[in-house]
Design a protein around this ligand. Structure first.
Ligand code: GLN
Length: 234
């Protein structure tokens, strides 16, 4: 039996800044090392999303215009996305995607776009300014360091019960003030990291790949496969 991971590339035709699709390619790269197949499907406007049809979600960043269109449509997928998150399956949301899984995002024009409120963070506007540059963070839970590139207007604040993906070592992160970057809830990750994050941080790609596999194939012992994976970080 060949094991496989089915990826939903959420609004991959509209939200894909800085090659965020590379997150899927990175997952494919690591899965291939252990003989696991990765398939992906773009789920876009007016298409239905069913949590049970997928094992992994990638939701990239976007410009304000595209994000405003997606913000409306994503409300129709809200219940199934929340179900997916609660099932504990991996969900990587980047920048604009990170903003839209929270409560709201105020764009550069001051327009307030509703999120799906799956998580409690919210994103306010910065006046005439963006956070741009290389960023490095450390995951305070397991000590892992992640490298990336950020470019965002929005400033995000974590809500009740939310913990960050990491502590900022260099760069701005969520809001340039409290040294938090991103969010983690179960296996859902929100982050401002382009790069793409899974391509530059093989440790994170590996962790999430095995989380997806363990949920899908609960009777398989993955420990030997985990030792086989060769990680790349840069
Ligand atoms: N439009 C959002 C912002 O400027 C998200 C940007 C992005 O996804 N790179 O904050």
């Amino acid at each position: 039996m060949t094991m496989n991971i089915r990826v939903a590339h959420l609004y991959g035709d509209l939200m894909n800044t800085y090659g965020d699709i590379g997150n899927i390619l990175a997952l494919q790269f690591y899965a291939k090392q252990i003989g696991v197949e990765v398939t992906s499907k773009i789920i876009s406007l007016e298409e239905s999303f069913k949590a049970d049809d997928f094992d992994f979600i990638v939701f990239g960043g976007g410009q304000d215009f595209e994000q405003s269109i997606v913000a409306k449509d994503i409300q129709t997928k809200k219940d199934e996305l929340i179900k997916f998150i609660e099932q504990g399956k991996p969900f990587v949301s980047v920048c604009g995607g990170f903003q839209l899984i929270g409560k709201y995002y105020v764009d550069a024009q001051g327009q307030k776009l509703p999120g799906i409120c799956a998580l409690n963070h919210y994103t306010e506007q910065q006046h005439d300014h963006r956070f741009i540059g290389n960023i490095r963070i450390q995951n305070t839970n397991n000590g892992a360091k992640y490298h990336g590139f950020e470019n965002h207007q929005g400033v995000t604040f974590l809500g009740e019960g939310e913990r960050p993906l990491g502590k900022v070592i260099k760069g701005y992160g969520n809001n340039g003030k409290d040294h938090t970057e991103g969010v983690v809830y179960k296996n859902t990750i929100g982050t401002y990291f382009h790069g793409p994050i899974l391509a530059r941080n093989g440790n994170l790609a590996k962790d999430l790949m095995f989380e997806a596999l363990k949920i899908k194939y609960p009777d398989v012992d993955f420990s030997k496969m985990m030792d086989k994976v060769k990680i790349y970080e840069y």
